[in-house]
Design a protein around this ligand. Structure first.
Ligand SMILES: Nc1ncnc2c1ncn2[C@@H]1O[C@H](COP(=O)(O)OP(=O)(O)OP(=O)(O)O)[C@@H](O)[C@H]1O
Length: 281
């Protein structure tokens, strides 16, 4: 839960007046262009950086407020920091020592499946293998909330598919909530049931995916229209004009990709292009 949460780095506002209230039990997709503020929001949620103003609560408490609270949240940063001198198996042993809820069979199974030599030092792993090890550590901790900052960016397509399947299974088995930032909308489409779109440091839209899709329409010209623009996002004003002029204009429900792209292409600057998908309740 974020309440008027803002973060400034020197002169840059990385997050502005962010209000969110996400119920537990969701797999939340966080999407936005480079520099939108996604990592900042996730870092605030795990207590890695303090807010400039406003407040954030995770699982009902301040982030990182106690050891017990830290144990409830798993986090994989965009560039996961592991101990380069320690081997894969050393990491798993460390995980077991530090976490009372450590799921050793799961961790072992996942490492076996990845085909990574358990004796290999983390410093000698590829970027993708490091990401996989960090993910394994985070899930094996069996947190109540798992926060993943672009976890699959450096992972190959097959491993990405397996990871998403793993994640969905882990959520089902362990009653775990997940917040996952990604640029890959198809991945979000596969696993997320809650969406946050962040652009230019501001939340543009947030809510359960089903409700968001049901509450929006893509406006498409009829087949015989003179105006042959492809179905696209149009402004609310334009939609009203179109519908008044020609009720044959169809307005089907968007896909998640339509919805995300519409909000990403919205210019949030004051007086900017307010083009959005039409919302119909
Ligand atoms: N430690 C920092 N010091 C100064 N500015 C920062 C710092 N961290 C982030 N920023 C700035 O804050 C803004 C938001 O950055 P952030 O990393 O949160 O974006 P992001 O959405 O995660 O981007 P990406 O998709 O590229 O990872 C950017 O303008 C960035 O340059």
């Amino acid at each position: 839960m974020a309440d008027a949460l803002s973060k400034r780095y020197r002169t840059t506002w990385a997050l502005t007046d962010c209000n969110l209230s996400i119920p537990a039990g969701h797999v939340v997709g966080l999407v936005g262009p480079n520099g939108a503020g996604k990592s900042t929001l996730l870092n605030l949620a795990v207590g890695l950086t303090p807010p400039t103003s406003g407040s954030v609560e995770v699982l009902g408490r301040g982030p990182g407020s106690s050891r017990a609270q830290l144990a409830r949240v798993g986090f994989v940063a965009q560039n996961p920091s592991l101990y380069t001198a320690l081997s894969v198996v050393d990491h798993l042993k460390l995980g077991a020592r530090l976490n009372r809820t450590w799921d050793a069979p799961y961790a072992q199974r996942r490492i076996d499946r990845l085909g990574v030599d358990p004796g290999r030092r983390a410093g000698g792993l590829s970027g993708g293998q490091l990401a996989q090890l960090a993910l394994t550590m985070a899930i094996a901790k069996r947190p109540e909330l798992l926060i993943l900052d672009e976890p699959v960016a450096s992972v190959d397509p097959l491993a990405r598919r397996d990871f998403l399947t793993d994640l969905a299974d882990a959520v089902g088995e362990a009653d775990m909530s997940v917040i996952l930032s990604s640029h890959l909308i198809t991945d979000l489409e596969r696993v997320c049931d809650y969406l946050i779109v962040l652009t230019s440091a501001r939340v543009q839209v947030a809510g359960p995916v089903k409700e968001l899709l049901a509450g929006h329409r893509v406006v498409a010209p009829p087949d015989d229209a003179d105006d042959r623009r492809s179905p696209s996002v149009i402004s609310i004003g334009e939609l009203a004009d179109r519908a008044a002029q020609d009720p044959a204009w169809s307005a089907p429900q968007p896909s998640l990709e339509d919805l995300v792209l519409a909000y990403l292409s919205r210019d949030p600057t004051p007086g900017g292009n307010r083009t959005v998908l039409e919302a119909r309740q």
